[in-house]
Design a protein around this ligand. Structure first.
Ligand code: DUC
Ligand code: ZN
Ligand code: ZN
Length: 480
C-alpha cells in the first residue's frame, strides 16, 4: 500500500495565516502531510509553483429554494454545486427555508430530499426562520442546533419572511442559550414599502428604481437595530450581504465597542453599481438584488472593509433566477414594477476568480486575507473548521490549484450554472481554478468538471463556539 493516494508537488500554498512552498500528501480524502520532497503516492500532480488555496466555502447561496412568488430557483444541488466546483468552491451552505405555518423540521427534511445524492461538493444547511413560534423557539430550534444545524438566517424585510423585533429577540435568545449563529438580513421593511409605494404612484417602475427604494439609510437603520437587539441579548450575530457605507459604519462602531458583530459582503457590492440597474430596456433586472448595488464611493468603502476588519466573510449570495423566463426575472413581463421582479443574482462560480484577480492580483488584499474571507473564516464561524477552510494535516483535501496567469473573459457560456446570464459578462480576470479537489477527488481538471452528483456529503456543523477563534476584527486597529 502506498503512503499517499496523491501528492501535489511544488505548490505555493496559502492559508489564512501564511504562504509557503511545500508538497501536499493526501490519503483517504484527507491531508496527511505537508513537507518538502514527499514521495510514495499512486498519483502525483506537479504544479510547478502554482498557487494553492483551500477550496472555497460559500456560506451564503440559495439552491433549490422554494419561493412564494411563483418564481423558480434556477439551480438545484447538482447545477449549483457543479458551478461552485468549477469556480473553486468545495463547500456550500444554502438555506432550508421554513414556510410560515410549517415546522422547521419539515423544512429540513424537505431540503435533505432536495439535496440527497445530488451535490458534487460537500454542503451544510443554514435554517431560515420565518415563524418564530414558541414551538419553534422552544423545541425545534434547540433540537436542530444539537443535530448540526448551527446557524439560522432571519429577515427584517420581505413580507412573507420578516420577523418583528420581539420575534428577533426570541430567536437571538435561543442562539445565546444553545450556541447558534444568527445571520441577519438588515433592511427596514416599512421604509422600503413606503418608498416603493411612492415610486409606483409616480409611475417609476423600471429596474433602476429598485435601488431608489432601498437607499443606504434603510440598511443603516436595520443594521443599527439588529446590533442593538444582539447587544440586549449579548449574543454574536453576522450581518449578511452588507452593501453600504452606512451599514459599514454601524458595524465598525459596534466592533469598536467590543461587540461580536461579524460582517459579510458579496462580489455584487465590489463589482456592480446602481448603474447596472439602469441598463437599456428591462436588462437592469438582471442585477436586481437586495440590498442593491450602490455607487462607486460605497463600492470603495466595501473594498476597504475587506482589509480593515469590518468583513470576515465574502459569500456569493448566489440567488439564481433566469432572465428570459416567466418563472424568473420576467415573472410578470418586462413592464412590471421592480417590486415584483425576483431578487437575486447568480455568482457562485465567479466569486473566487473575481476576488483572486481584482483583490489579490491588483494588490487590494493579500493572499492570506483572500483565504480568510473566502474559506477559513466562514468555516470557523459556522462550525466546520478545521475540517473545511484550510490546508492543514487532518483537514479534508479540499484544494484549488490556480492557473495564476490565465486571462479569462467572463461570459455566461463558460459558466456551469443553470442561469441564462451573468452580471459579470465581459469582465476580464487573471487567474482561474485549474484543478479542484474535494476530499482528495479531482472534481475539476484543467477547468473541466469531472465531479459526479452524489460525491458531495452533508456536513453537520459544530456550534460556532467550539470552533477556533477568528482573526482580527476592526478593534485591532484602534490605538491602545
Ligand atoms: N436578497 C436576499 O436577501 N436573498 C436572496 C437574493 C437577494 O437579493
Ligand atoms: Zn438576504
Ligand atoms: Zn441571500
Amino acid at each position: 500500500m502506498t503512503k499517499f493516494d496523491l501528492i501535489i508537488k511544488g505548490g505555493r500554498v496559502a492559508t489564512a495565516a501564511d504562504v509557503f512552498h511545500c508538497d501536499i500528501g493526501i490519503k483517504d480524502g484527507r491531508i496527511t502531510a505537508l513537507a518538502d520532497n514527499l514521495d510514495g503516492a499512486d498519483e502525483v500532480i506537479d504544479v510547478a509553483g502554482a498557487t494553492i488555496t483551500p477550496g472555497g466555502v460559500d456560506a451564503h447561496c440559495h439552491l433549490d429554494q422554494p419561493s412564494m412568488d411563483g418564481s423558480v430557483c434556477a439551480d438545484d444541488f447538482t447545477s449549483g454545486t457543479r458551478s461552485a466546483a468549477a469556480g473553486g468552491t468545495t463547500t456550500v451552505i444554502p438555506f432550508a427555508l421554513q414556510m410560515r405555518g410549517l415546522s422547521l423540521k419539515e423544512a429540513v427534511d424537505d431540503y435533505h430530499k432536495r439535496s440527497d445524492g445530488k451535490a458534487l461538493v460537500d454542503y451544510a444547511f443554514h435554517l431560515i426562520v420565518t415563524d418564530a413560534t414558541p414551538q419553534v423557539c422552544g423545541q425545534e430550534l434547540p433540537a436542530l442546533l444539537q443535530d448540526g444545524y448551527s446557524s439560522f438566517k432571519i429577515y427584517m424585510t420581505y413580507d412573507d419572511l420578516k420577523l418583528d423585533d420581539g420575534q428577533i429577540l426570541d430567536v437571538l435568545a435561543v442562539a445565546r442559550r444553545h450556541q447558534g449563529m444568527v445571520m441577519i438580513h438588515a433592511e427596514n421593511s416599512e421604509c422600503i414599502t413606503w418608498l416603493t409605494d411612492k415610486l409606483e404612484q409616480a409611475g417609476k417602475l423600471a429596474p433602476k428604481y429598485h435601488a431608489t427604494s432601498r437607499p443606504g439609510p434603510v440598511e443603516r437603520e436595520a443594521t443599527h437595530r439588529a446590533i442593538t437587539l444582539a447587544e440586549l441579548i449579548d449574543v454574536p450575530i453576522l450581518i449578511v450581504h452588507v452593501s453600504s457605507e452606512q451599514a459599514v459604519q454601524e458595524i465598525q462602531r459596534a466592533q469598536r465597542r467590543g461587540l461580536k458583530i461579524y460582517g459579510e459582503t458579496c462580489p455584487q457590492y465590489l463589482f456592480l453599481t446602481e448603474d447596472d440597474l439602469d441598463k437599456p430596456g428591462f436588462e437592469g433586472a438582471k442585477c436586481i438584488c437586495s440590498p442593491p448595488p450602490r455607487d462607486k464611493e460605497n463600492q470603495q468603502v466595501i473594498w476597504d472593509g475587506l482589509t480593515n476588519g469590518t468583513f470576515q466573510v465574502v459569500s456569493s449570495d448566489h440567488a439564481p433566477s433566469r432572465y428570459n423566463d416567466p418563472q424568473g426575472k420576467m415573472l410578470q413581463g418586462t413592464e412590471a414594477s421592480f417590486r415584483i421582479v425576483p431578487n437575486g443574482i447568480p455568482g457562485i462560480e465567479t466569486r473566487l476568480p473575481l476576488l483572486f484577480s481584482e483583490g489579490v492580483g491588483k494588490g487590494r488584499i493579500d493572499l492570506q486575507t483572500f483565504v480568510a474571507l473566502t474559506a477559513s473564516n466562514a468555516a470557523k464561524i459556522y462550525g466546520l473548521y478545521p475540517r473545511k477552510g484550510t490546508i492543514a494535516v487532518g483537514a479534508d483535501a479540499d484544494i484549488v490549484i490556480w492557473d495564476d496567469h490565465r486571462k479569462v473573459t467572463i461570459t455566461n457560456d463558460i459558466l456551469h450554472h443553470n442561469v441564462d446570464y451573468t452580471p459579470y459578462e465581459g469582465i476580464e480576470v487573471t487567474g482561474w481554478p485549474r484543478t479542484v479537489l474535494s476530499r482528495g477527488q479531482v472534481v475539476v481538471e484543467d477547468g473541466e468538471v469531472k465531479g459526479k452528483a452524489g460525491h458531495g456529503q452533508f456536513l453537520p456543523c459544530d456550534p460556532p463556539e467550539k470552533a477556533a477563534p477568528l482573526g482580527r476584527s476592526v478593534t485591532d486597529f484602534q490605538p491602545a
